[in-house]
Design a protein around this ligand. Structure first.
Ligand code: NAD
Ligand code: DAU
Length: 352
């Protein structure tokens, strides 16, 4: 394996921390630099197990700061970038769209500009991997799946900002010849997931005997993938895809929100020694999300057929593992749900 110096952005977040862990452990000859602003969603506790490794460095910094990013590229001479840093929560994008434009669009363009200028003599041999989402494709009705050919049709400020960043990444390939690859993944779940998102929020609330908020009638459908399977897919796509290519990543695992919550309640009853049906009493239907996409479903056959990736876990098993992680990492949960989280929760769920 050749030595590589890789910049991973957003490595202190949920998916980023799994990607950093995988690369640091699997590729001892690579040097991994994790750049993260440590927003409310970024947490160095997520990477405690790798922080002492000699092939890992953490840099605190903001991708919206162009001068800083230029300096970072010039100092480190990266061979490749895996870009995950983003504002990632749809509900927050509804209350503060501009923050999503700044980080997801401007931040991405700053990274592209730094790569373009620092790599000017090797644009086609250093890779810029952009991690994106299935939400750029919009919403499905009762049938069909998103393929790599599906037209972009984003609805939320979050998905609009991710779609915009995807377009910029492709534009730098088409215009300047930068080696890029993009993957669009469905909903992830697993350990270290910030408890503003459905699954960790529900686990936290069930455990604390608090109402479990389900938007609308809980009929919306998401396609859930275990986060470690996403990290493995990123590894495979990063190393094997052609320049300019796009891959969809998903678990062929569609669930209505209400069914996910009922399953979680069942698992939690068992784990907490509660009577069956006890946790489900906490389910509370609340006002729907504005512009709520009805259904996502990913066709990942290109990735499975071309690069041989397959998801490793059944949802029930993955959810049980996830619940076990949250129940045995009380300190982590305590740490991330103090301070600003309480204010966010109040505004999102109590006042509306
Ligand atoms: P997350 O919110 O858990 O983590 C985002 C990370 O980015 C945090 O560590 C945060 O501190 C960092 N960050 C935010 N703004 C920054 C800035 N200006 N400069 C530097 N760092 C900054 O997000 P996640 O769920 O891990 O998602 C990671 C990526 O994967 C995102 O690009 C997201 O769009 C994409 N994605 C997420 C999912 C999912 O289900 N969570 C699915 C598909 C794609
Ligand atoms: O599809 C990929 C996307 O998945 C990623 O790009 C996003 O970064 C990630 O946040 C996720 O977006 P969703 O909006 O699908 O995830 P969230 O966990 O916020 O919501 C999942 C579903 O559950 C959605 O239909 C809204 C609903 N929901 C969510 C919350 C937070 C509820 O019913 N109640 C809630 O309290």
């Amino acid at each position: 394996m050749t030595k590589k110096k890789i910049l991973i952005t957003g490595g202190a977040g949920f998916i980023g921390s799994h990607v950093v862990r995988l690369f640091v452990n699997k590729y001892p000859d690579y040097s991994v630099v994790n750049l993260d602003k440590l927003t409310y969603a970024g947490n160095l506790l997520n990477l405690k197990d790798v922080e002492g490794k000699s092939n890992y460095t953490f840099v605190k910094g903001d991708i919206t700061d162009a001068a800083f990013i230029t300096e970072l590229f010039s100092e480190h001479k990266f061979d490749a970038v895996i870009h995950l840093a983003a504002e990632s929560h749809v509900d927050r994008s509804i209350s503060n769209p501009l923050e999503f434009v700044m980080t997801n669009v401007i931040g991405t363009v700053n990274l592209l500009n730094a790569a373009k200028s620092e790599w000017k003599d090797s644009l086609s041999t250093r890779r810029f991997y952009h991690v994106s989402t299935d939400e750029v494709y919009g919403a499905l009705g009762d049938t069909g799946m998103f393929t790599e050919e599906t037209k972009y049709d984003p609805h939320s400020p979050y998905s609009a900002s991710k779609a915009s960043s995807d377009h910029f990444v492709r534009a730098y390939h088409d215009t300047y010849g930068l080696d890029i690859v993009i993957s669009n993944c469905s909903n992830n779940y697993g350990s270290h997931h910030f408890p503003e998102k459905l699954i960790p929020l529900a686990i936290h609330n069930i455990k604390s005997n608090k109402p479990v908020p389900v938007y609308g009638k809980g009929e919306n459908i998401r396609d859930w993938l275990f986060v470690e399977d996403h990290a493995k897919a990123i590894d495979i796509v990063f190393h094997n895809s052609k320049s300019g290519d796009t891959y969809n990543i998903g678990g062929h695992n569609e669930w209505k929100n209400i069914d996910v919550i009922n399953l979680l309640c069942k698992i939690m009853d068992k784990k907490l020694g509660r009577k069956e049906g006890e946790s489900a009493k906490l389910i509370t239907f609340v006002k729907d999300r504005a512009g709520h996409d009805l259904r996502y479903a990913i066709d990942s056959s290109k990735l499975q057929n071309n690069l041989g990736w397959t998801p490793s876990l059944q949802f029930e098993e993955g959810l049980e593992r996830t619940v076990d992680w949250y129940l045995s990492n009380e300190d982590w949960l305590q740490n991330v749900t103090s301070g600003d989280y309480k204010k966010y929760y109040e505004e999102q769920y109590v006042k509306r």
